[in-house]
Write a protein that binds this ligand. Structure first.
Ligand code: ACO
Length: 334
């Protein structure tokens, strides 16, 4: 065996080398939202929203701002943190349920806005599990040699698909984007992944409309059976976390930080308790961001890194759960 072929057979891993995020500037508190909803005859309160969800505020994008605009800003911050230029990237994956267009993909629009061309670019649709799915796909493509430097982005404008006459859902969600640069490495960074879906639960969380005859047929607004989602989420998040720990040969105590999908503080704290993690190890940004679906995990990750809580070398448990029904976990050494 020649030295070059043995080098090409060396184990190849992927690592996160930079993170970035973007929130639209308009911050809407519960009190402001409650006042707007009152104008429609929809009754809610700051007390109810905080007690049931932990959410205090969310950000809403201006009408002319799309997922790709937030994604590009997050991507630029991640590239800067990684010390990379957009033209070095050979793969762009955008996890989103609120794409700019039916097609082409938001990833192609992001590529164009970054001023580069040629690299592979596609969207991934797994609703609130989108980021853990996208990170797993990027890791697999990097380890197989299909890519070397990937931009993995979660970006959403969920405010566009909210029914502001449904107080059970419209108070929960917000807009934003988070991004990571993932690069090939001879040292393991992404340690293990565990992804699942159960299509029997399509109806408990969906936007059921579809395009036909040049128009949206059916409702293009989010519908959720909150209690059904809640019950499923707690169980599957614990199982997925245990599965990735087993795959990576690690224990609960090896987790430095738990970064779950930011949907509801009660689900997040329940997951931490099941993993016997002190709540100080839980990264929670849902209070300020609301549920930003596929953007929530990379947004929370970037905020925790930039605030100095998460440090290079820490072990992170990332966990997503959402429509589909989909769920999954990724264990990362940063
Ligand atoms: N303000 C005031 N009252 C409200 C509101 C509101 N915003 N929303 C609902 N209520 C009322 C209901 O009408 C009901 O009143 P009633 O008893 O008179 O009928 C009462 O509050 C209780 O409603 P529930 O739906 O039972 O409230 P629950 O405690 O289940 O909380 C919630 C609802 C917050 C949605 C919860 O079920 C939840 O968090 N579910 C999980 C959601 C989630 O995690 N989604 C993640 C996936 S998101 C994705 O993939 C896109």
């Amino acid at each position: 065996m020649t030295s070059s072929s043995s080098a090409s057979n060396a184990p190849r891993f992927s690592r996160i080398t930079g993170t970035g995020s973007m929130l639209p500037p308009r911050r809407v508190t519960n009190a402001e939202l409650a006042a707007e909803l009152a104008g429609r005859g929809v009754e809610t309160s700051d007390d109810w929203i905080v007690a049931r969800t932990g959410i205090h505020a969310r950000h809403f994008a201006a009408p002319d701002v799309n997922s790709s605009d937030l994604a590009v800003q997050a991507a630029r911050h991640a590239l800067e943190a990684a010390g990379r230029h957009a033209d070095e990237i050979d793969l762009i994956i955008v996890a989103t349920s609120t794409p700019d267009m039916v097609f082409p993909s938001t990833a192609c629009i992001v590529q164009q806005k970054l001023g580069v061309q040629g690299c592979a670019a596609f969207d991934l649709q797994a609703v609130c599990s989108g980021f853990v799915y996208a990170l797993t796909v990027a890791d697999s493509m990097i380890r197989s040699g299909a890519a070397s430097k990937a931009l993995v982005i979660g970006a959403e404008v969920f405010s566009r698909i909210l029914d502001f006459n449904d107080r059970g859902t419209c108070v929960l969600f917000g807009d934003g984007a988070g991004a990571v640069v993932v690069e090939a490495s001879d040292q393991p960074g992404i340690l293990a992944s565990d992804l699942h879906a159960d299509g029997r639960h399509v109806d408990i969380l969906c936007v059921p409309g579809h395009v036909s005859g040049g128009q949206v047929q059916g409702s293009a607004l989010l519908k959720m059976d909150g209690q059904a989602v809640f019950k499923l989420a707690v169980g599957v998040l614990e199982a997925a976390a245990r599965a990735v720990l087993a795959k990576a040969g690690r224990q609960d105590a090896d987790i430095d930080w738990l970064i779950p999908h930011q949907a509801n503080i009660r689900i997040m704290e329940g997951t931490a308790r099941k993993l016997k993690l002190p709540l100080e190890k839980l990264i929670a940004t849902v209070g300020e961001h609301g549920n930003t679906s596929a953007a929530s995990i990379p947004l929370a990750l970037d905020h925790a890194i930039r605030s100095g809580r998460i440090q290079r070398g820490d072990t992170l448990m990332l966990e997503g759960v959402g429509g589909g029904f989909t769920w999954g976990a990724v264990l990362v050494d940063l």
